[in-house]
Write a protein that binds this ligand. Structure first.
Ligand code: ATP
Ligand code: MG
Length: 650
């Protein structure tokens, strides 16, 4: 591999940083040496109705049991709203930027309080109680946050289903957690196109009813005013309802381990899992990581571009920032509407200081060139973040040099729905950066690399990433299926949480996520992460995106099959194919020579923008009769094209 350049912490990043390198090292050592003491202290960052006396009570063995702060009592909405009112009632809590650039609004903490209380009272009026499951199927509008917080206020468990999901996917999630109360909108709006949320909900409710779950009540927010079907008695308008109830609602006293929300994983690797997070540990961890990973200071304008339908939206649009009294920006639209400059224009418009997005968005924007970025100022930016997939060094450099003008640190944050918050990440004022590395563990996180047999690998090594001890934000179970929880995460390597990701640790102790373990390819006995080959392909200037999988190969065991999306305007030719093969050989070595290259106008992605390699694997194997669960696929049409142009036709 080409030499890795180190980007040292710049004086400006260190100047007012909350954590410098010495502090990081000291806190980290303390946190893993004495977790009870460390988290006992930081557990007090949230307000408690009844203080905890026990801190950590966790076991990764046998039945697996994870409890944090278990005898304490608190409430999430209280921590995200009420406790701020005295000091920052008139401060903006949420900046909303609509799909249309002329549509925006600001919601203060005082206003947030009233909205949340009213919706909580509406839910109570219709009989929603502590422990009931409420499904939220919403566009990115402030009401989505109100709905989440209203649930937490009364102790209901929310399950958010991303607004881009189909009626079938929604029905499956309603039925899986037996949710009888749904909050939705007439329509969503993305890139100028309406999304029929209410219509989808109606269909989903029918499907769920057949499966045995009857939805009793649907609260509908009017977003576009589009025409919708109506079931009298079942459906009610949000704006009508909130006018009939009081603007105050006492927050329910919740035990630390009471369930907070269920969230289904993206489904990149199989049937989505209903990840269950609980109240206090989650909030402590989300708020603490939000503060330190983004070096969040009072008054900063913070923008995470995720959707609240993903865990990133839960932890880093709503709960983490609001628990910290931050101003959080919520964006309804898409990165390239109405123009390729939209992200950067929004940053200038609202003077965004901290910006957190995904590699998939960056790669897409990179494909449009530097001009749309360069015509904006972006001078308010202080921290840039990335999450969701390995960020290939090429995209990292572009983010750093073009978006950040070489002056803004990038935090490449590795974590999962299951982890509740960020586990491996740089800290802006403390960590020297390497493009493509998530760098070092956050406080309290103990990563370990093991080989296929479970042997612990020390020092610089390449293996499977496990975490050996619990942290407060960890998921507690798969909803309704604890056995699946134990099986999925704790049975591969006894006594350890197995992440499912492959990872390399370099001589400096930096972690490099190499992709999912299932995606590791074994060519003539050499293990190779798909991320590495993909990065090499993407570093060619005619390539916009690449996905690599293995397929059975008579001689090598596995061959390397690459799907390549070219930059706009580049013609796919035999010559280019040869050029790309030569390029990968030069970047990595002969061992990584792609055996097949298929030019693809689009790659199959989950709705959260992740490449679904298991589908690509099937197509590469010329076995596409059963592609498995494709309900979370963003654009099923790309699959037909991939099948039609497959290179391994028998
Ligand atoms: P499923 O579990 O249903 O297959 P998923 O794993 O895509 O879906 P998420 O929890 O949203 O669902 O994603 C977590 C995964 O995303 C991680 O396990 C990792 O593979 C990848 N990931 C997230 N952030 C990073 C990052 N900064 N660098 C590398 N990989 C990342
Ligand atoms: Mg996963």
């Amino acid at each position: 591999m080409s030499e890795v350049k180190i980007h040292r912490v710049q004086p400006a990043w260190k100047k007012n940083a909350l954590i410098d390198n010495d502090t990081y090292l000291k806190w980290y050592a303390d946190s893993v040496k004495n977790p009870d003491k460390f988290w006992g202290k930081h557990g007090k960052r949230i307000d408690w109705f009844k203080p905890f006396s026990k801190v950590k009570n966790t076991s990764f063995d046998g039945k697996v049991s994870i409890k944090w702060f278990e005898d304490g009592e608190t409430n999430v909405s209280y921590n995200c709203i009420d406790r701020h009112l005295k000091k920052r009632g008139n401060q903006t809590a949420i900046i909303w930027e609509g799909d249309n650039p002329y549509d925006d609004k600001k919601v203060t903490y005082n206003e947030l309080y009233e909205h949340v209380c009213r919706l909580a009272n509406v839910m109570k009026k219709y009989g929603v109680k502590k422990g009931d499951r409420v499904t939220i199927y919403m566009p990115m509008i402030p009401e989505a946050a109100y709905a989440m917080l209203a649930c937490t206020r009364i102790g209901a468990i929310h399950s958010i289903v991303f607004g881009g999901f189909s009626p079938d996917a929604l029905a499956g999630r309603i039925d899986d957690c037996k949710s009888t109360f749904v909050i939705t909108a007439d329509e969503g709006l993305r890139g100028g196109k309406p999304i029929p949320l209410k219509e989808n909900t109606d269909k989903a409710i029918e499907i769920a009813a057949k499966a045995g779950t009857k939805v009793e009540k649907v609260v509908v927010v009017r977003r576009t005013g589009g025409k919708v079907g109506w079931v009298a008695g079942r459906d009610v308008w949000y704006h009508d309802e909130i006018a009939t109830v009081k603007g105050d609602c006492k927050p329910e006293k919740m035990k630390a381990e009471d369930p907070l929300f269920i969230l289904y994983t993206s489904g990149s690797t199989g049937k989505p899992k209903g990840v269950l997070h609980t109240t206090a540990g989650y909030l402590v961890y989300a708020s603490m990581t939000h503060q330190y990973v983004f070096d969040y200071h009072d008054g900063d304008i913070y923008w995470c571009t995720a959707d609240v339908g993903w865990v990133t939206g839960h932890s880093y649009i709503v709960y983490g920032p609001l628990a910290n009294g931050a101003t959080t920006l919520m964006f309804e639209g898409v990165p390239n509407y109405p123009s390729q400059s939209r992200f950067w224009e929004v940053i200038d418009k609202h003077k965004v200081n901290i910006f957190y997005t995904a590699p998939t968005a960056l790669r897409a924007l990179m494909g449009a060139g530097d001009e749309p970025v360069k015509k904006t100022s972006r001078k308010s930016l202080r921290v840039l973040g990335s999450v969701g997939e390995p960020i290939n060094p090429e995209a990292w450099q572009w983010y750093f040099n073009v978006v950040g003008n070489g002056k803004v640190p990038i935090v490449d944050t590795w974590w999962q729905t299951e982890t509740g918050g960020i586990l491996i990440t740089p800290l802006p004022g403390a960590t020297d950066l390497k493009a493509g590395s998530a760098t070092r563990p956050f406080f309290g996180v103990k990563p370990q690399l093991v080989d296929g047999e479970g042997k612990v690998l020390e020092g610089a090594a390449d293996g499977n990433l496990c975490i050996t001890d619990s942290w407060p934000g960890q998921m507690r179970t798969v909803y309704g299926d604890h056995e699946r929880f134990v099986q999925t995460y704790f049975s591969t390597y006894k006594g350890k949480y197995f992440t499912g990701d492959g990872c390399r640790r370099d001589a400096d102790g930096y972690y490099w996520i190499t992709g999912r373990v299932d995606d590791v390819i074994n060519v003539s006995g050499h293990r190779m992460g798909t991320a590495e080959v993909e990065s090499a392909l993407v570093s060619h200037d005619k390539v916009s995106e690449a996905a690599v999988v293995g397929y059975p190969h008579d001689i090598k065991g596995q061959g390397i099959y690459s799907y390549v999306t070219l930059m706009k305007g580049v013609e796919p030719t035999e010559e280019l194919r040869k050029e790309l093969v030569a390029h990968v050989r030069k970047e990595i070595g002969a061992i990584a020579t792609p055996d097949k290259i298929q030019f693809a106008p689009g790659l199959p992605k989950t709705r959260s923008g992740k490449i679904m390699r298991r589908i690509l694997r099937k197509i590469a194997e010329d076995d596409f009769s059963a592609l498995g669960d494709t309900s979370t696929l963003a654009d099923p049409a790309v699959v037909d094209d991939l099948i039609a142009n497959r290179q391994n036709k028998k």
